[in-house]
Design a protein around this ligand. Structure first.
Ligand SMILES: Cc1ncc(COP(=O)(O)O)c(C=O)c1O
Length: 325
């Protein structure tokens, strides 16, 4: 069973950092149990994840082991954890409890669901697009259908769109993926080796950070504040820490919403060129510009012919429909 297979084990330091955010500094046993429960219910820790050993969590939190033991007891009594002697403790859901993270998005003409950074479903446009595509299926079905880089027509259409937005692009430069998340995973797997450094904005898109961690890359955080990026600091980080890669969300950055000014983009491109750093630029959110024009692709700002190492990641999830991934 998943609950006992230890599929996902939480590290003590990781859980400690999350739980102090929820329960305050050095929580007592009730606060610790409540903190774990909250993290589980809102999806920040997984159901059936193995909790850290009591001693490990106690050290990470700077509290006594007895406090962690009491918290785990309380979680078990209330149905939020199960243990097997000598094997460990796993998160569990008591009967009747529901994860608030598994929610149905709100829908309706007058409803804007602020929990999801995506436009409402475009039912008519989507149905029309699917109907038009369905008419072509028979033609494609006469071939084996293997297109490892994506359907040639689709690659051509995407290349044309980039070209129209100011970044001359050939279909051969396009790889079609199942969403930006897959594109990130593929790109970082290809370009990074475990232990390689990668400059990342702090804060950044949580799921991208998960991929970075899973691949064993070492994130080098560069702050994004109320005032946005500090391109000088970014450049200094590239020079001093020599990361192999940098991951950027220049358009309406997730989660700060900041838009990187043109001069900063140019400066980062120049610094990355000088240091030989690969830039992985996530433009997933570019298409949902609200009060300004959609920015041109980051890579379109490359001046002249150079040896830039830029991978642009885009997605239909935000500008069109997340169900397309
Ligand atoms: C910056 C950023 N990149 C990527 C994604 C995920 O994109 P996709 O649904 O195409 O995997 C999101 C979704 O919130 C995002 O905010």
């Amino acid at each position: 069973m998943a609950a006992r297979s230890g599929v996902h084990t939480l590290g003590g330091r990781r859980l400690a950092a999350q739980v102090t955010g929820v329960a305050g500094e050095r929580p007592g046993y009730r606060a610790l149990a409540q903190g774990v429960r909250t993290l589980l219910l809102d999806g920040r820790i997984a159901l059936h994840a193995r909790l850290p050993a009591e001693r490990e969590l106690a050290v990470a939190l700077g509290i006594s082991r007895a406090t962690v033991t009491a918290a785990y007891d309380l979680l078990r009594e209330s149905g939020y954890a199960i243990s097997r002697r000598g094997a460990g403790t796993w998160t569990e859901l008591p009967e009747g409890a529901r994860l608030t993270s598994v929610r149905t998005p709100l829908a309706g003409e007058d409803v804007i669901d602020l929990a999801i950074a995506a436009p409402g479903a475009l039912a008519d446009e989507l149905s029309a697009a699917y109907a038009a595509a369905a008419a072509d299926v028979a033609r494609h079905a006469t071939t084996p259908g293997y297109h490892p880089y994506g359907l040639p027509e689709l690659r051509a259409a995407i290349a044309e769109r980039y070209t129209g937005r100011g970044l001359p692009t050939l279909p051969e430069q396009i790889l079609v993926t199942s969403g930006a998340q897959q594109a990130m995973a593929l790109t970082l797997t290809l370009l990074g080796r475990p232990g390689d450094r990668i400059a990342v904005e702090n804060p950044s898109y949580a799921n991208a950070l998960s991929v970075i961690r899973q691949l064993g890359l070492r994130p080098v955080p560069v702050p994004v504040t109320e005032d946005g990026w500090d391109a000088e600091l970014f450049g200094a980080t590239l020079r001093q820490s020599a990361p192999r890669l940098a991951y950027l969300i220049p358009d309406f950055q997730n989660p700060t919403g900041r838009l990187m000014p043109r001069e900063q983009r140019q400066r980062i491109i120049a610094d990355a060129r000088a240091t030989g750093t690969w830039l992985v630029v996530d433009e997933t959110i570019a298409d949902i510009a609200l009060d300004v024009a959609t920015p041109p692709p980051f890579a379109s700002l490359v001046a002249g012919r150079g040896a830039e190492q830029i991978v642009t990641v885009g997605s239909l999830s935000k500008g069109h429909w997340s169900g397309l991934r």
